[in-house]
Design a protein around this ligand. Structure first.
Ligand code: HEM
Length: 464
């Protein structure tokens, strides 16, 4: 989910002038398109895809990048020939925090871990978390009361970030994390993410320098580690029997079907860190964008409210409720603003895509943001229209024209968790409130680790 644009040792491939190279922006001598990559990556990727088509070639310094903007090419990398691709360098560099967690590990180790963890994310298993999700949302709404009464603005992006972090803490650890620790976790996560973005623009050796930013991040990681290891230690000493089927218990008790071996503390730690990070920032942004789009499209908000009133008749939503329009609002929000806006891979061996050679070591970018706005696959792509996702309209689409959760073997393991959480949060809030963007505010996307609204989503919340 992370993306970094610095040089990677393996991608310094000499550009053979006789090699067939896809079209792309020319860039400057030596630096290529480095400047635009840094200043406006979304704009560059989108305009280049429109100008040059299904496969675009960039040079960023000595690095070669191929942007694929065709569902079948994307499928080739994520599914058909996925064995020839490893995670992009960005994720390799986030190993500083995530080590050998599911998001960053590769090969047989990854496969074993994925098989161990998959059952914990089974639809039936996560349904048990629905109540926690709704309760946490109600707690958040109770704290909004003074703001609602005074018509004072709230930053919905920040509210969603806080809420999804609490939900991930509770579903991972039940009650074994204190308020104080949760605040430490939130602050540390934010710092590590910020530094990750900064370091992304620098050569790898700079991560190791004792700069104040690096020192602070190291301290934050140490604090996080201490909390996570404490919880694991305590849980090993006092295993929770049945009543708390939280994710930690599921991780600690999962055993390999062939060998019967469970994860050691280090492995549990890496997975917990990964679920912490991957499990809240993305969902928070999906929700923040949904609130923004609903406030800009009052007719869609009306339709959402009508569905909630009709189906729920004033009671709280549960995981068993069928709310097709609510779900379509989320899907359409993730079409326009996919939190994981780019998925990057590195070719292990030589490959060929669309008749062009992809040399071993090249970086390949698959961008849900760009693909989801491709006019060949989406009519009037800039328009927010949840009805695109109603009925069987997705069935005739090429699978990879919409891929907010990635695809193939490495598709997001938390997809059902995220969809359930986002739907329950959206329904619980929208049942009681109408959310209106503060007048005159312009909301812009910022492509960091995830696609965030640059200055948040300041809103006024009105009772319905
Ligand atoms: C709207 C919310 C979310 C979005 C858009 C999202 C998106 C993604 C994407 C695109 C990938 C694939 C990355 C790649 O192929 O390089 C991914 C992987 C992953 N996600 Fe999510 N995610 C979301 C929520 C979650 C949640 C809630 C969790 C856990 C609680 C989670 C855990 C993971 C993990 C562990 C992986 C790595 C899976 C593997 O490689 O086996 N994600 N996610």
């Amino acid at each position: 989910m992370n993306v970094v644009f610095s040089d990677q040792p393996n991608s310094q491939i000499p550009v053979n002038s006789r090699r067939k190279i896809p079209p792309g922006p020319r860039g400057k001598p030596i630096i290529g398109n480095l400047r635009e990559f840094r200043s406006d990556i979304l704009g560059l990727l989108e305009t280049s895809a429109r100008a040059y088509g299904e496969i675009v070639h960039f040079r960023v310094g000595s690095r070669e990048i191929f942007l694929l903007n065709d569902p079948y090419y994307i499928q080739h990398v994520l599914q058909t020939n996925s064995r020839n691709y490893r995670k992009g360098m960005a994720l390799v560099r986030s190993k500083i925090l995530l080590d050998e967690g599911l998001l960053t590990s590769e090969g047989d180790f990854w496969l074993r871990q994925r098989r161990l963890i998959q059952p914990a994310f089974h639809r039936k298993q996560i349904a048990a978390f629905g109540q926690i999700m709704t309760d946490c949302t109600l707690d958040m709404m109770a704290q909004w009361q003074p703001y609602v009464e005074a018509r004072q603005p709230l930053n919905m992006a920040q509210e969603m970030m806080g809420l999804t972090l609490i939900i991930v803490c509770k579903t991972l650890f039940s009650t074994t994390i204190t308020e104080k620790e949760r605040a430490i976790v939130q602050e540390a996560m934010e710092m590590v993410l910020q530094l990750g973005v900064k370091n992304g623009h620098r050569p790898p050796f700079m991560e190791k320098l004792p700069t104040p930013g690096n020192q602070l991040a190291k301290k934050a990681i140490r604090q996080l580690d201490a909390i996570v290891y404490r919880i694991i230690r305590e849980r090993r000493q006092h295993p929770q029997v049945d009543e708390i089927g939280d994710l930690l218990t599921l991780l600690m008790t999962a055993t390999d079907a062939d060998t019967g071996v469970a994860m050691n503390d280090q492995q549990v730690h890496d997975e917990v860190m990964t679920l912490f990070l991957a499990g809240h920032e993305t969902t928070a942004n999906a929700l923040a964008w949904a609130w923004y789009l609903l406030s800009e499209n009052p007719a869609a908000a009306d339709q959402l409210h009508a569905e909630l009133d009709k189906v729920l008749k004033g009671r709280l939503p549960t995981v068993d409720d069928l709310l097709p329009y609510t779900q379509a609002v989320l899907q359409e929000s993730m079409r326009l603003y996919p939190p994981a806006w780019v998925i990057s891979r590195q070719a292990i061996g030589d490959d060929e895509i669309g008749g062009y050679p992809i040399p071993a070591g090249s970086a390949v970018f698959l961008s849900p943001y760009v693909m989801h706005r491709n006019p060949n696959y989406w009519e009037n792509p800039e328009r927010f229209d949840p009805t695109r996702f109603l009925g069987d309209s997705l069935q005739w689409r090429p699978h990879f024209s919409y891929f907010p959760f990635g695809g193939g073997a490495r598709q997001c393991i938390g997809m059902n968790f995220a969809l359930m959480e986002a739907q329950l949060v959206l329904a619980t809030v929208a049942q009681s409130y109408r959310v209106k963007l503060v007048e005159g505010v312009k909301v812009e996307p910022e492509a960091l680790v995830t696609l965030r609204p640059r200055d948040g989503v300041p809103v006024v919340i009105e009772p319905r």
